[in-house]
Structure formats: structure tokens, C-alpha cells
Ligand binder design. Sequence first.
Ligand code: MG
Length: 484
Amino acid sequence: MLALKAAREAAFSTNRPHGDAMAFEIPKDLMVSVSGVRGRVGESLNTEVIAHFAAAYGSWVRQFVTGRRPKIVLGRDSRTSGPMFARAAGAALQSVGCDVIDIGLAPTPTTLFAIRGEHADGAIVVTASHNPVQWNALKLASSDGMFLDGDQAAEMRQFLNDRPIAYAAWDVLGRVSPREDAVKRHIEAVLAIPYIDVEAIRARHFNVALDCISGAGVVLLPRILKALGCEVHGINLEPSGRFHRPPEPVAENLAELEEHVRFTHADIGMATDPDADRLSLVDESGHAIGEDFTLALATKLVLRHREGPVVTNLSTSRVLEDICQEHGITLERASVGEINVARRMEAVGAIVGGEGNGGVILPDVHLTRDSAVAAALVLQLMLETGKPLSGLVGEQRRYIIVKDKLPRDAGELAGAYATLERELDAPDVDRQDGLRLAWPADGKWLHLRASGTEPILRIIAEAPTREGAAGLVEAARQALAAQA
Ligand code: MG
């Protein structure tokens, strides 16, 4: 027996490197970023690319695991290429000696939540999130239930080109185990949030119009809403992966849900993106209130029960800052990118955080954006305040965000930022991610940052009026033109 054990351990430790580092050519137009890889299906993205990335990811995870096979959770959204790419990713993980916990069609937050429950070493989500229907992607997470951060992603990418992928021999290939209860466990965790009063929400019988864009949210949102006693009037609840509206749940894409709220006399409308990490809301009059309000209202609820830091990114609306100020809390701002917000939340012990795009992160459940968490928090807020959504929104000062972009190479940006900082002379200056200038007394800010994928400079400004925000963008453009 001992000899057998020694042989098996040797086998685990000597997965055979397959010849040289594979000369894998990253297809043109494939977007490789911190969170994973993304491309158009059948163009830059095919099963070969998916398998190579999954094998590289599995090889990276293997380094941290000894004496057993690593275990990876695999989930996917509803895109038509999803089952095919999930099989390719699962097979590639097996091929490098990783076991696969296959949870099938599942939102990104459900997949990441399963890491802890399964004692897994990471997760792959096959989803292009809010990108159009032609796209698909892999999102990669680590054993702590969060997406890879910049350092981890850089290490992982070494296996794409520079380091040999160690393919496993016949007797140490990974195994695939299907799991049926990932959504159930996720829902149980959300309902266990200490200040969600499930019985009281159930008794209120909220009438909810729901649009899951035929994405992965269909397996999560209707179930949790029904568990909360809601009457659910759904549209786009078949997980066909064929999207009948643009996938980003921004206000201008929610006309059908707005109509549905009016038609069903719903108390609230809720819309997700295809992997259901983001949630956007429509008020009882059928007016989409803008995705910035999801995190603002969720935070408003949490601050009624908890005291502690709140974290968002540099481009999120001031409406969140106002809510924090009402409670005497300073809002912390991290670099753009979910993992940057999540890591900062972890570091400062935040009670809630997220992004202005409808992404709510609640550490009581986990450190990733979660539409089910957002839905529960907003319903609890409506219950406690007794106010309709329009009333909750009406209490807050309104702001307008204006976005723009300029072609600009990364190399020119340092000079551009210095010029702007000098020309616009703002009382608050933040240089952690591009340049953010803020005029708190006027409720205005301006954020400029380089795109991660294109040679462009993104400009975003917010002010109490459209003219004010547009004026900031124009001032930035003029200062940059003078500098160029
Ligand atoms: Mg998403």
C-alpha cells in the first residue's frame, strides 16, 4: 500500500510537461485581461482557445495544491456557445489533472459562491457578462472566491506561452462531478443575511416584474424572489441565450421591463445582465431609475443595520457618497475593476461596496457582485421604510453622468494628467487609477483613465446638471487639446 501511495504522489507531482512551452498564438482581436479572456465566437474565440486558457489556468492552480488533485468549480451563462465551451474548459481542466465540479447553467455569483462550499481551489465561469450575444469569455476566480487580481492573472498568463503545460498521465486525469444544488445553497446564504427579515418580506407580498434577458439569472432570481414571497411577473425567463435587448441593464435598454411594470402594476422592476452579477431597477411608475441607484439603495439599507467602511470605484455616482455622508461614513474609492473594489473591501473590512453599474458586493455573503444580494437588500429597504422605489429615489439629490472618449496612446497620458490637474485646479485629486478631480462642494467630479484594451482615454464626469457634467468633459477636452 505504501508503495502504491508513493507512486500516486509521484504521479501527482510529475504531471508530464508536454514538450516545449506550447507556442500558442493568441488570436488577433482576442481580449486578454485581468479577469480572463473574451472574444467573438467563431472568430477569435473557439474551443481551442478556450481549452488552452483553461489548461493554463489549471496548471497555475496546480502549483498551490499538493498530494491531491485540485478542484475547480465550472459554471456558465446561457449563451448558445456555453455548453460547448464549458465542455472544452472542463476537458482541459481534466487533462491537467484537475477535478471539475460542474454546476452547469449558473450566474457568476452562484459559481463563485460555490468555491467555498465545495472547498474548491478556484472557478471558471464561461460568460461574456454584459457583452453582446456574439461574444463569449472565461472569467477566472481563485480559491478565495474572488476573481484573479492583477498579480495572479500575470502569473497565470505565464502558462499561456512561457511555461510548459503539464498534461496528466492516464491514471491521474481529473474527474467531472455534476452538482445540482449550487443555486439552492447560494439562495440559503442570501436569505441568511442577518438583517434580511424573510418572514416580514414574505408577508408584504411584493409584486415584482423581472427581466433576466434569457441569461443565467433565470435559475436564480425567480427562485429567490419566490422564496421571499414575491409574486413574480417575468419576461425573458427562458435561458435561450438569445438576447431580446442589449445585454447591459442600463436604463435605456429596459423599455420592455418598464412597460411590463406598468402592465402588471408591479411594486418594482428588476433586470439583470446575462450572468446576473448586476441588477438594475425600475420604479413602480415604470421608470428605469438608472443602475447607479442599486448600490446606493443597497448601501442605504446596510447602513441602517451596520457601521463600517463602504467602498466603490472612482467612476461611481456621488449619490452613494451622499448616502454615506448622511450616516457619517466616508466612502472609500478604489481603482476601476471589480477585483480592485473587492480587495479594498477585504483590506478595510467594508460592510458593503460595489460598483455603480448595478454590482452590489456584500461581505456577509461573499466578496463578489451579486444580483440576488442586491434584490434582497432593496426589498428589505422598501419593507423597512414603507416607501415606494420612486420615493426612495426622490429623497436623494440627482446627478447626471456624461461619458466621452478620446483616442490617446498610454504613453501620452502622464503629461495629459499633469496638464489637467494644473488647468482645472480641483480641491480633491486622486491619482490611483488615471486622474480623478472632484469638487465636493459643487457635487461635481471628473475621472479620466486609459482603457485596458484600446488606445483610448475614457472621460467620465458627473454634476447636478447635464450642462455641468458636459462642461467638465469639454474643459478636459480643451485642456488636452492644448497639451497635445
Ligand atoms: Mg455581468
